[in-house]
Design a protein around this ligand. Structure first.
Ligand SMILES: [Zn+2]
Length: 423
């Protein structure tokens, strides 16, 4: 057993206080020489200067809430590098489908191992909470030590038979997850891949059962034209894949999806890169109107790969839209590091380090409905904590956290180490 686990294992019997050069609670000012007191897996107090009892001193470390990855697809976590994005989103989807079809059909164990690898990689990156989009589910993996996860079961289907099959397998999976106590949500994949009837059915379940929902919208410059006129690279792709039905499916524009999503208790629009680009497009106005329920989750490195630009965070901000951050999957991203996503946004001038970290903690926790347990350090909450070790001298706290030489030393979920060591 590592020494760090030894220290933490005493918690059930006695409190443990972690002291560090800097504590970022993400709901108040940075605490120089701060401390966090833990007991039985929860935070019991946060403060600065005189900690209770004899603290465990982490030295020149930074303690912050465990990071939250509001959008990923862990079932692609075994890919060593992103798939080629030549041809934009339709070209990339062609490669994703080829990748899936090229795998053995009976690969349940392999997918389970892949999801476990993604959970561990996330923990190694300081992540303690995840919104995962899943097409197959393994309820047992979420009771193992690792980040707390909301599993959004995805549905996809353009033809009536494909939609019916997707809906019924999703229903079975949601029941299995819920009976195992796993937080769940639903995800109609995207407006170009989900027929209107299928979207209506899955969002009705979301409303009936109080489940958060997530959908990819505004991902491609070809999307709006395809939804309106049924033509362009998406149509070519679907015909090539043999999934374009006759008669053509009824598809909904992004604005209509946003209205329907707003009837769910919590809804995520993933990416949204091409929403609100014309005066006639009411998407962002609708997202802002429903900001008590809806937000956009941006995945900066994926957007850069598939669209050649960074997410238009300033446009969302100006419109009053709430924004959180995610990594998307290893099919479009080199790793599952939320901090690297934040660095990308800041380097592009899209937001300040403080704003980026808020999107990766408080806002991302809200996005996946975990605002009561994740995203900030406060008494009474689970002890979900990331401990970072800066290499450079500590200056501005938020710049220090995002410095590329700063490394994640340890990650705790509910007061237990899920990665690294605190010694
Ligand atoms: Zn995605």
């Amino acid at each position: 057993m590592r020494a760090g686990q030894g220290i933490l294992s005493r918690q059930d019997a006695e409190p443990l206080t972690l002291r560090a050069r800097l504590v970022l609670t993400m709901h108040g000012p940075p605490l120089d020489g701060g401390w966090v007191a833990l007991k039985r897996g929860r935070i019991v107090a946060v403060g600065r200067r005189s900690p209770p009892g004899r603290p465990h001193d982490l030295g020149d470390a930074v303690i912050l809430p465990g990071l939250v990855n509001a959008h990923t697809h862990l079932e692609f976590s075994d890919l060593d590098e992103p798939l080629d994005a030549d041809g934009g989103l339709p070209g990339w989807i062609r490669r994703v489908v080829a990748e899936r079809r090229g795998r053995p059909t009976d690969r349940g164990d392999a997918v389970r191992r892949t999801i476990l690898a993604g959970l561990q990689e996330s923990a190694n990156c300081g992540v303690t909470a995840i919104g995962d989009i899943a097409t197959v589910v393994f309820p047992d993996v979420y009771s193992l030590p690792g980040p707390r996860t909301r599993v959004y079961r995805e549905v996809i289907g353009l033809s009536a038979p494909a939609a019916a099959a997707s809906l019924s397998s999703a229903g079975r999976d949601l029941d299995r997850l819920a009976s195992a106590g796993v937080p769940v949500g639903v995800s109609p994949h995207a407006p170009y891949s989900v027929a209107r009837h299928l979207g209506r059915e899955i969002l009705a379940r979301s409303r009936r059962q109080g489940l958060p929902a997530a959908i990819h919208l505004g991902e491609s410059e070809f999307e709006a034209d395809f939804l309106a006129n049924g033509r362009g690279p998406f149509r070519d792709l679907f015909e090539e894949l043999g999934v374009w039905p006759i008669p053509a499916p009824q598809l909904l524009p992004a604005e209509e999806w946003i209205t329907r999503l707003s009837r769910s208790p919590r809804g995520i629009v993933v990416h949204g890169t091409f929403l609100g680009t014309t005066a006639a497009d009411l998407s962002l106005a609708r997202l802002a109107r429903h900001r008590d329920r809806l937000c956009v989750v941006v995945c900066p490195r994926t957007t850069r790969l598939l669209s050649g630009s960074m997410p238009p965070v300033a446009r969302y901000r100006d419109a009053g839209v709430r924004v959180a951050i995610g990594t998307d999957s290893r099919a479009s991203n080199p790793d599952l590091s939320v901090l690297s996503e934040c660095r990308g946004l800041v380097a592009a001038g899209a937001c300040s380090p403080r704003e980026a970290l808020r999107m990766a903690t408080v806002d991302a926790a809200w996005a996946i409905g975990f605002e009561r347990c994740s995203g900030m350090l406060a008494a009474g909450r689970p002890a979900d904590v990331a401990i970072l070790r800066p290499e450079a001298a500590i200056g501005d706290p938020f710049v220090t956290v995002l410095d590329p030489t700063t490394r994640v030393a340890a990650t705790l979920r509910g007061g237990r180490l899920i990665s690294g060591s605190i010694d």
